[in-house]
Design a protein. Structure first.
Length: 241
């Protein structure tokens, strides 16, 4: 989705713009600084679906004025499913009405004899009831691991391995559908093999323990920083087989 097309879709009635940081099918990565500038210039708020970028690419929400952000932890953050992250700028705290209220939502969260609805003055007001404790323990371990290596190093590695994958896939006769220039690249690579059914090819790859997805009529790989050249070798071997 080009930024210009988003800008043209906004008018005087636009209140919030919801955008994926990285498109799940094409791998296109938005320029968040330009995006935020455009959205706020239209008098709207920006909600970012960060699930396909968070954990790989650096993001400082204090510098890039994103209003709201959400991401589950089970993709690039390497955490368990069902444990995710929600962020909002503090000045927007009262814009959202909590609709799933529980004992964690209120200031007196440990005093069960009080029933008045007195929300916490933080984003914890949206937590609701009992949490997925095991999931959050796993997500915390994943975050510690990712922070230990550093986002810049992880991003560089992911782009390096996906560039290698694109080169090898092209040599094997594939057509790369993802944009692969500059900062619009991501960890998602979508491709086609002319004359090959992507669903059948995916099944054959899975039989060879090479995991990839079918999205929008294309095959998609999503290598992380732990992948290396041997994994790309196995992918090419499975495709040629």
């Amino acid at each position: 989705m080009p930024l210009e097309a988003l800008a043209q879709a906004c008018d005087a009635r636009t209140r919030i713009v919801s955008v994926s940081w990285v498109a799940y099918a094409s791998g296109w990565r938005q320029d968040l600084d330009r995006l935020a500038e455009m959205v706020h210039g239209k008098g709207a708020l920006l909600f970012l679906d960060a699930i396909q970028g968070l954990g790989v690419f650096p993001l400082d929400v204090r510098r890039t004025p994103i209003d709201f952000l959400a991401s589950d932890g089970h993709k690039w953050l390497l955490g368990p499913e069902g444990a995710g992250i929600f962020y909002l700028r503090r000045e927007h705290l009262d814009l959202l009405r909590p609709i799933m209220v529980g004992w964690n939502s209120v200031a007196h969260d440990r005093d069960f004899t009080r029933i008045e609805l007195n929300y916490k003055n933080t984003a914890e007001r949206y937590e609701g009831g009992s949490m997925n404790v095991a999931g959050f323990i796993g997500l915390n371990a994943s975050l510690e691991l990712l922070l230990r290596y550093g986002q810049k190093a992880i991003a560089a590695r992911v782009l390096e391995i996906t560039d290698l994958a694109c080169s090898r896939l092209t040599a094997a006769g594939a057509i790369i559908d993802s944009f692969r220039n500059g900062d619009r690249r991501s960890g998602i690579v979508s491709f086609r093999l002319p004359g090959r059914d992507p669903d059948v090819l995916r099944k054959q790859c899975l039989e060879r323990q090479v995991v990839l997805s079918c999205r929008a009529g294309r095959l998609r790989i999503s290598p992380h920083a732990y992948n290396d050249g041997s994994d790309i070798d196995r992918l090419i071997e499975a495709i040629r087989a």
